[in-house]
Design a protein around this ligand. Sequence first.
Ligand code: 6R9
Length: 675
Amino acid sequence: MASNGATPAQHDGHADEYKNHQFPPGPAAEGALVSSRQQYDEMHRESIADPDKFWGKIAEDFVWNKLWQNPVRRFNFDVRTGPVKIEWFVGAETNISYNCLDRHIEAGQGDRVAFYWEGNDLNEDCTVTYSQLLDQVCQLANYLKSVGVKRGSDVTIYMPMIPELPAAMLACARIGAVHSVVFAGFSADSLAGRILDSRPSVVLTASAVKRGAKPINLKGIVDSAIKKVEAQGHSISTVLVYDHALAAKRTDVAFVEGRDVWWQDAVPRQPTECPVEWMGAEEPLFKLYTSGSTGKPKGVEHTTAGYMVGASTTFKYVFDHRQSDIYWCTADCGWITGHSYVTYGPMLNGATQVLFEGVPTYPDAGRAWDIVDKYKVTLLYTAPTAIRALQSFGDKFVTQHSRKTLRILGTVGEPINPEAWKWYHEVVGEGRCPIVDTWWQTETGAHMITPLPGATTLKPGSATLPFFGVEPAVLSEKGEEMEGECEGYLVIKTAWPSCMRTLSGDHERFETTYFKVYPGYYFTGDGCRRDADGYYWLIGRVDDVINVSGHRIGTAEVEGALTQHPQCAEAAVVPVEHPIKGQGIYAYVTLMVGTEYPPPAQLKKELVATVREVIGPIATPDVIHWAPGLPKTRSGKIMRRILRKIASKEEDQLGDTSTLADPSVVQTLLSMRGQ
Ligand code: 6R9
């Protein structure tokens, strides 16, 4: 089957064999919420046989202003029978901010720590309890109302990982505003594009942030994004700026009179009480932009009740959460993992968590394990790319630290290669902690295929089995469902609670991208294998999306950015295996007619800088390969298969090149390697 190329780094032949090892839950089953395979099987069967009963029962644990009607779930996945529509808990009213905060405080848990915040630099930290957080959220919600934010208004959030970021999300949710968090590593152009799509009148940001040794001028990026937005006729009335004194001096920050307001001057003056807006189950909660196979990022929309129940339930079962746990997820709130497993899932469960602003390798590669020991972390959730980066510094940074509190380790974002799995399991977890390899997507809102630590026998590199309510299937190229052991396209057959409902302003693109590829199914865009035990092994994207360090980058986006350089005539971007990032970005660039190859070395730097400016540093190309011509079919389609083979130095496996309009371009490309 077609996969977009590189499987993640696999260097160690022994590690590859490791895939065949099996790890039963062992002591992790003791006292676990789901403590045997049999119990999982039974619960999964119930969740599929009667989803209304299963989810209705789970939903009783939340606070509702109005209960739902039956059936709990209504959906149509089949474009042939009408528009795609997904609804859960129809008729119900709730508020997710209330369920994250007020509910726990009313239960006498107000003094529980919500966040242990750990700053970028050593010795910068603070603690926020649930009661304190509720006060902050209410003050901010009141401030937002005072500047005109209402139920249904969009609010863009471009902030570093400080407690005010999840607080901002919860403040929006409290008053029914729809948040759109943009990762504060995206460029002004990317931020502007997202603002133009959702059209907020208020933007929340901070003066600056330090990431490792590097200061980043967030307010400056917001200013230039707003200039671009204004040039397109949209105006922003308020920019609320958190004065992050650890990263920048207030006096160094440029302010626009009448528009910009210091957070610390305005928010603490507001009352600490703010009644919630009771939201309809299907009213929107947030938009989050993610890359697709075509140029423009997609605004994935999630609604209130189903997302709440899905994020909360997966967090509870997948991390087997207990009140005594200290949880640390290294993801930024700018990604879906930060939405579901920093802000909402943990807080809905009243969890105590570490919120870390920095990078796990600063000031040295021991930082992550320092944090684990400092806060006595029991549940650690991170990405294969971070595991590989830490592994590359050697074991001693890990073994210098105790890590004895660790109980469960999690991973997300890309397939984990057996070598990294083995290191995570043996070195980090000393063989005692189950690894939950969670497969899911921005679109799915919550974990979909994942082990349960007390119930599932693990196989390194497999996300194992579907979560409750999830009915996966594997389709052949022709779109036929395959039985038993097979390899093909991963699809989902029926609606689960936290499924996205639409794409911002473009329900047609939503249907085309996810429901028209194989009518009747939700198409994930991932290839996968199912083994004889029914375990799922994710292979990678089958569309034009590259997974760089667990982040999705559309090839079309990078190509679009490259062609913004005046000397770039055309570009074609493919994934290439990368030892740390999993996949790297390999760009073929055709220069304007008349340019001699190879051009001066400086041009590569300029092209890379253009991409960083247009999208952000996460999209930095790893390789620029000059391409006087690109391999195209007679109809002008670029044959990316050939470009992938050349990128991975597998030109002996080019396959059939006879359909190329000009087969000689292949030789020219090969001669340009390394130039
Ligand atoms: C949560 C998140 C989604 C894409 C997804 C797949 C890849 C995520 C994975 C995984 C293998 C895992 N992916 N988790 N592949 N094993 N455990 O990452 O969302 O940014 O939308 O990316 O990431 O390719 O389709 P998102």
